[in-house]
Design a protein around this ligand. Structure first.
Ligand SMILES: Cc1cc2nc3c(=O)[nH]c(=O)nc-3n(C[C@H](O)[C@H](O)[C@H](O)COP(=O)(O)OP(=O)(O)OC[C@H]3O[C@@H](n4cnc5c(N)ncnc54)[C@H](O)[C@@H]3O)c2cc1C
Length: 378
């Protein structure tokens, strides 16, 4: 940092993007106040499959950012491979019966860009990937050996230890915080109670609520966030190590011999109530658990222990929205799909931008200014 006094940054949102950026800011000498509506990890970061990957096809800058994201997790993993909440045992995907050609085409694309991808026959999956019932694999499957998974609530707890050690200030149960600005520059934040906090810069990392938090500033960010659910099973004996993405269930190991499950086929069974909460019939949750059981060697009975439903943050055009607002200098946003994969790298790059003012080239195509009609500063 060039200035004498540490830059004071208000980070709004206690999900993984807010917490990661807050810790990176503190590491670089910033002064941070982190404010969140309720408790930490109360939204998407508390109910995420958190498969760490850049599988499939997407824009080159997004792929590169995700690869850097996975690399940061590998560094964290290497520091202590025994952590039960961060593991790198690869990912497996397959399509429905009769769609083997799509799987082959995806593999060919992944190979063409140097992504670690192996196309395997069902019997090879059974041999190479522990814990999978190979009879559930149709004609072929892809094994991406470089992928991993993380439990975000555990990562968040890990990062918060450092946050407190480095002197970060935390405000829980703040309610819906708003950004204050004057003459086109962010000046701090205000709580529904009327309490205000001055800041040199503000980061809005409010997940699916990010577009509505910046809207009063005259900034439009299209929101494509769907409703989604994550189920955690009761403890079960299994030897699954990889993440599975299959036509009827996505499954990953989870601390405490449990499994984390998600998918989207049951979306129409989810009801949103007027108080903002969600419901789904128990039978549908059990059906997802039954689908997951078919994928696991020995087909153990899976019993849902908890399930959480809410919005999965996804910008309207599917690409991350990261960086400073054109309309309000000093106000930054972090709003993205795959925020688990991106959390560490985005926190690092945004913290650098907030403290130094230097725009990082890897974020060039993700600026919020792309949605505005006028010119963009980046
Ligand atoms: C079911 C599911 C599966 C997923 N699978 C994957 C995956 O496999 N791989 C992957 O990389 N990513 C995955 N994701 C995405 C990833 O989990 C999210 O991108 C990430 O957790 C988002 O973190 P966040 O910090 O942006 O938002 P959140 O975790 O939603 O946190 C936002 C926080 O801001 C707070 N807030 C909102 N408005 C305000 C306000 N006005 N004032 C104060 N606080 C406010 C909220 O209370 C919340 O605590 C998945 C997500 C879901 C839900």
């Amino acid at each position: 940092m060039s200035s004498e006094a540490p830059k004071r940054v208000a980070v709004v949102g206690g999900g993984i993007l807010g917490v990661s950026t807050a810790v990176h800011l503190l590491r670089e000498g910033g002064s941070v106040i982190l404010l969140t509506e309720g408790r930490l990890a109360s939204e998407a970061s508390g109910r995420s499959l958190s498969w760490l990957n850049s599988a499939g096809e997407r824009s080159t800058p997004y792929h590169q950012l995700r690869l850097a994201g996975v690399e940061r997790y590998r560094t964290l993993f290497a520091a202590d491979p025994s952590r039960e909440w961060l593991q790198f045992d690869g990912g497996v995907m397959w399509n429905a019966v009769g769609h083997g050609e799509e799987t082959s085409a995806r593999h060919a694309y992944e190979k063409s860009i140097g992504y670690d991808s192996k196309l395997l026959a069902p019997e090879e999956i059974g041999r190479i990937v522990p814990g999978v019932d190979s009879s559930s694999v149709p004609e072929n499957a892809i094994f991406n050996g470089g992928e991993g998974w993380v439990s975000l609530p555990h990562l968040l707890e890990h990062l918060m230890e450092e946050f407190h050690e480095l002197g970060g200030e935390l405000v829980l149960n703040a309610g819906k915080v708003s950004v204050l600005s004057s003459e086109g520059r962010a000046t701090g934040v205000v709580l529904p109670s009327g309490e205000t906090y001055d800041a040199d810069a503000v980061l809005v990392a409010c997940g699916a609520a990010t577009p509505s938090v910046v809207a009063p500033l005259g900034v439009e960010i299209p929101n494509g966030s769907p409703v989604s659910m994550l189920v955690i099973t009761k403890p079960v004996e299994h030897s699954l190590e990889s993440v599975l993405n299959t036509p009827r269930a996505a499954v990953r190991p989870n601390p405490g011999s449990t499994l984390a499950l998600d998918h989207d086929w049951y979306k129409e069974h989810i009801t949103e109530y007027s108080d903002g909460t969600f419901g789904i019939p128990d039978e549908v949750v059990q059906e997802l658990a039954d689908e997951a059981s078919k994928l696991i060697a020995g087909n153990p009975e899976l019993k849902p222990a908890s399930w959480k439903i809410g919005y999965k943050p996804i910008p309207g055009d599917g690409e991350p929205v990261l960086g400073e607002l054109d309309a309000v200098s000093g106000c930054f946003v972090a709003f993205t799909h795959s925020g688990a994969t991106l959390a560490l790298i985005v926190g690092e790059l945004l913290a650098g931008e907030i403290l130094t003012g230097d725009k990082h080239p890897m974020l060039a195509t993700f600026r919020p200014g792309r949605f505005s009609q006028g010119f963009s500063r980046s």
